[in-house]
Structures are given as structure tokens and as C-alpha cells.
Write a new protein. Structure first.
Length: 159
């Protein structure tokens, strides 16, 4: 009788401990502790300013750029490359940037402009998929003749 009582107490004690452990693990998983949301981030250098980026599940990438007034009017967003999600070969590139008139990919001085680009070749993108890439911008200093190139780096999660 004592052995069966000891065995029953042993099973009950460990049963409660395992139940509490399962509840804690379920709470941690439901709070997304193992898959945190990555904030969208864009790193630019002078004289270009990157205000915001977004990649949605429809494969449309949006970036908000502006420049300072010390550069000429021919400052352009040349190309956007998506390095991840990992492409099948090379990188996903978008050169058909849409930014409105008068110049679709010109970056205005002291005024923000929204540019969008569709990555049609990218497979299915679900929400919260992490992405990163870079954007190539060409500019000349005001009064200068030498072209300069900036590579912006961006990363985040799809929305």
C-alpha cells in the first residue's frame, strides 16, 4: 500500500510540473518570443535621406527618399536590389522604378518623394517575411561634373 501511495504521489508531482512547463512554453510561443518582428530600417548617407521603406505581401516595394539642395537635379534612383528572401539565382533587381512626373526616378532636393517597384519574379511572400537589399543612387554635386554613387541598405519585415 505504501509503495502504491509513493508511486501515485511521484506521478502527481511530476505531472503538475510537466503541466506547468507546457503552459509556460505555450505562452512563450504565443507571444512570438522566438520570431520577433524586425523593424523596417533604411541606412542612407549624406546627401540622400531615406525616410521610410515597405515591402508588402503583393511584392510591391516602396521607399521614401529626399536629397539636400547641394546636389544637382539629375540625382536618380537607378536600381533596387532585393537580396533576401534568397533568390533562385543572383539577386532580385528592379529598374522600373515608379516615382511620378516630371522625372520618374529623380530625387528632389529638400522634398520627400515616394518610389515604388514591383518584384514580379519573387515567389510567394507572406506577412512577417524578413527581407533586405540595397538601392543604387547616382548624383552630382551642384556645379560638379563627376558622378557619385551611393548604395542605400535596407531591411525589415513584409507587411
Amino acid at each position: 500500500m505504501r509503495k502504491s501511495q509513493a508511486a501515485m504521489e511521484f506521478l502527481m508531482t511530476y505531472g503538475w510540473a510537466i503541466l506547468v512547463l507546457l503552459i509556460v512554453m505555450a505562452a512563450i510561443v504565443s507571444l512570438n518570443v522566438f520570431n520577433p518582428k524586425v523593424p523596417n530600417n533604411c541606412v542612407s548617407v549624406y546627401p540622400i535621406t531615406c525616410a521610410d521603406i515597405k515591402l508588402d505581401s503583393d511584392k510591391i516595394f516602396t521607399i521614401v527618399l529626399s536629397s539636400v539642395d547641394t546636389i544637382d537635379a539629375e540625382t536618380k534612383l537607378d536600381e533596387i536590389k532585393l537580396n533576401s528572401p534568397t533568390p533562385q539565382s543572383g539577386v532580385y533587381s528592379c529598374t522600373n522604378v515608379v516615382g511620378g512626373s516630371p522625372c520618374a526616378n529623380c530625387i528632389p532636393a529638400d522634398n520627400q518623394k515616394i518610389y515604388s517597384c514591383t518584384f514580379a519574379q519573387v515567389g510567394v511572400i507572406s506577412k512577417e517575411t524578413k527581407f533586405d537589399g540595397n538601392a543604387k543612387i547616382t548624383y552630382k554635386l551642384s556645379g560638379g561634373t563627376n558622378p557619385h554613387i551611393i548604395n542605400l541598405k535596407f531591411s525589415g519585415s513584409t507587411e
